[in-house]
Write a protein that binds this ligand. Structure first.
Ligand code: BV8
Length: 243
């Protein structure tokens, strides 16, 4: 494990408002495959960007529903890892921290983070595919199950490709990215928009961006500092160095 650059520690200590953007990579050490990692077994033949669309759901609702049930089973078997817990601790240790996540696994909330913006919804929350109302219980035994109010199919309450993000979530995320004086990008390939635009907004405001990701991304060349190590190792180290 490489030592953490002391300038990173000083920047975190002196920051008035830290914005953090996380992606699937922060949950990799919880055993949840990242979005672009090859899907395993039955799902290896499918491209997530194809399946996570309303077109795919229209065409084959059963297939899309079962894909989400499989992914949800992985989430249910998973637990927050030291990276999630370290971010929850960091939130208590600094002046102000806004945690913006692209993840739909709910692990940040489970780890105790408070100020969370979930850009892409939650995989274990369901809504009517027509009325968009959240449905907590149903008796339908069809796959996908049908809405108890209007009989349309239920779907996961996540944002599919081609769908708009929840207005308040993206508004708050852009506002935090504009107002923060330090931006951390953790475990994201920085490919999916509008989330990938958030660190760009920080850069446009001359805010330093720190990237934590074992691999380079399109953001790497613009980052003030990059730590190319797993977040589950790096984040606890950073939190310990703040003490
Ligand atoms: C929108 C929920 C417009 C669902 C997700 C055509 C039509 C419409 C839009 C578009 C289009 N073409 C392009 C677009 C825009 C599109 C987009 O950005 N496409 C990309 C692919 C180019 N965006 C959208 O469609 C968005 N909506 O634009 O709407 C609009 C406007 C008005 C009116 C109508 C429409 C919606 C985007 C949201 C899609 N939903 N998730 C689900 O989960 O099933 S996105 C999904 O992919 C994830 O949530 C996540 O956000 C994203 C994957 O990104 P990452 O999280 O970064 O994960 P990834 O696997 O890519 O990378 C993991 C990283 O972790 C890697 O870099 C790896 O190195 C690193 N890593 C690995 N291990 C570790 C680690 N890091 C640290 N530690 C480790 N241990």
């Amino acid at each position: 494990m490489l030592p953490i650059d002391s300038e990173i520690i000083t920047a975190i200590q002196q920051a008035k408002h830290i914005a953090v953007l996380t992606g699937a990579g922060i949950s990799a050490e919880s055993g949840i495959p990242t979005f672009r990692e090859a899907q395993s077994g039955l799902w290896a033949q499918y491209d997530p960007e194809e399946l996570a669309t309303s077109q795919a759901f229209q065409k084959n609702p059963k297939l899309v529903w079962e894909w989400y049930q499989w992914r949800n089973s992985l989430v249910e078997e998973s637990a927050p890892n030291p990276g999630h817990y370290a971010l929850a601790e960091l939130e208590q240790a600094v002046n102000k921290l806004t945690l913006i996540t692209q993840n739909v696994d709910g692990l940040h909330a489970k780890a105790g983070s408070q100020n969370i913006i979930e850009l892409h919804g939650r995989i274990n929350r369901y809504k009517c595919s027509v009325e968009n109302t959240i449905i907590k219980t149903w008796h339908s035994t069809e796959i996908p199950p049908r809405c108890p109010n209007c009989n349309a199919f239920l779907r996961p309450d996540v944002v599919w490709f081609g769908e708009s993000l929840p207005h308040s979530a993206i508004e708050r995320a852009f506002s935090a990215s504009e107002k923060c004086d330090l931006f951390l990008s953790i475990g994201t390939s920085s490919l999916v928009h509008p989330a990938a635009s958030l660190p760009i907004v920080a850069l446009e405001n001359h805010t330093p961006v720190i990237e934590i990701n074992p691999n380079p991304t399109p953001l790497t060349r613009y980052a003030w500092k990059t730590v190319q190590q797993p977040s589950g190792k790096v984040l606890p180290l950073i939190v310990n160095m703040l003490k």
